[in-house]
Design a binder for this molecule. Structure first.
Ligand code: PGA
Length: 250
């Protein structure tokens, strides 16, 4: 099966509501692609951006979710409310959340479990920090984070799970890693999945993407890798010219 290349736009907390709607409108006009494009705005903008994108083929994702279905959890957002907006994807465990919000592997696991139970596609972020890399712990971190996120989960036929390999130290740096390094990291991640699930499940239900300073110049060096299903884009998804360049070159 030839799958479409995934291009996930993570708008982070970089745009307001109106700016998000405006950028979504420009995406709708200019992002014409064979790729599977997913836009992840903030919670506040999710519904409105979904409405703007309706009919465009561009899909919607949230940047996070809570790990309980509902209840007295002030400030949190449930997977069912995310689904109501039309979003079909949710980023879980982004390194910025692991760093600033103290998200642990256990939290990432609980959120992933709930996202799957709601038939959302989780986009689980894993990746080593610069220090971990210097200490030679990269593979350990990837195996550990991947395993803890998905171990023991029931993955039904048709359920998709995306793992995003994002070396933390290159995010927002303007300098991506070498594609061969991403390829090796994806291999480590895939091997961890083989240890947990049947080969069939890994093949049919999991996709691995690369994230970290992807731009129009380098995107193809990642998307042409054998074991890479697409890219997760932060900075370059915020200006239409940069994003269109990515879409053109996937
Ligand atoms: P970047 O961000 O493309 O700006 O490096 C990627 C991400 O954090 O998802």
């Amino acid at each position: 099966m030839t799958e479409k290349i995934l291009v996930i736009a993570n708008w982070k907390m970089k745009l307001g509501l109106q700016e998000s709607k405006d950028l979504a409108a420009v995406y709708k006009k200019l992002v014409k692609s064979e790729a599977e494009v997913i836009v992840c705005p903030t919670f506040v903008s999710l519904d409105a951006v979904g409405k703007v994108l309706a009919g465009s083929g561009i899909k919607l994702g949230a940047q996070d979710c809570f790990w309980e279905k509902s209840g007295a959890f002030t400030g949190e957002v449930s997977v069912s409310e995310i689904k109501e907006t039309g979003a079909a994807f949710v980023i879980i465990g982004h390194s910025e959340r692991r760093k600033y919000l103290n998200e642990t592997d256990e939290i990432v696991h609980e959120k992933t479990k709930l996202a799957i139970s709601a038939a959302l596609t989780p986009i689980i972020c894993v990746g080593e920090t610069f220090d971990q890399r210097q200490q030679g712990a990269k593979d350990y971190v990837l195996i550990n984070q991947t395993t803890k996120a998905v171990e023991g989960l029931e993955i039904e036929a048709g359920q998709q799970v995306i793992i995003a390999y994002e070396p933390v130290w290159v995010i927002g740096s303007g300098q991506a890693i070498e594609p061969q390094e991403a390829e090796a990291a994806h291999q480590v991640i895939r091997q961890s999945l083989f240890d947990l699930f049947s080969a069939e499940t890994v093949k049919n239900n999991f996709r691995i993407v690369y994230g970290g300073s992807v731009d129009g110049q380098n995107v193809h060096t990642f998307t042409c890798l054998n074991n890479t299903s697409g890219v997760l884009v932060g900075g370059a998804s915020l200006t239409i010219n940069d994003f269109v360049a990515i879409i053109k070159n996937v």
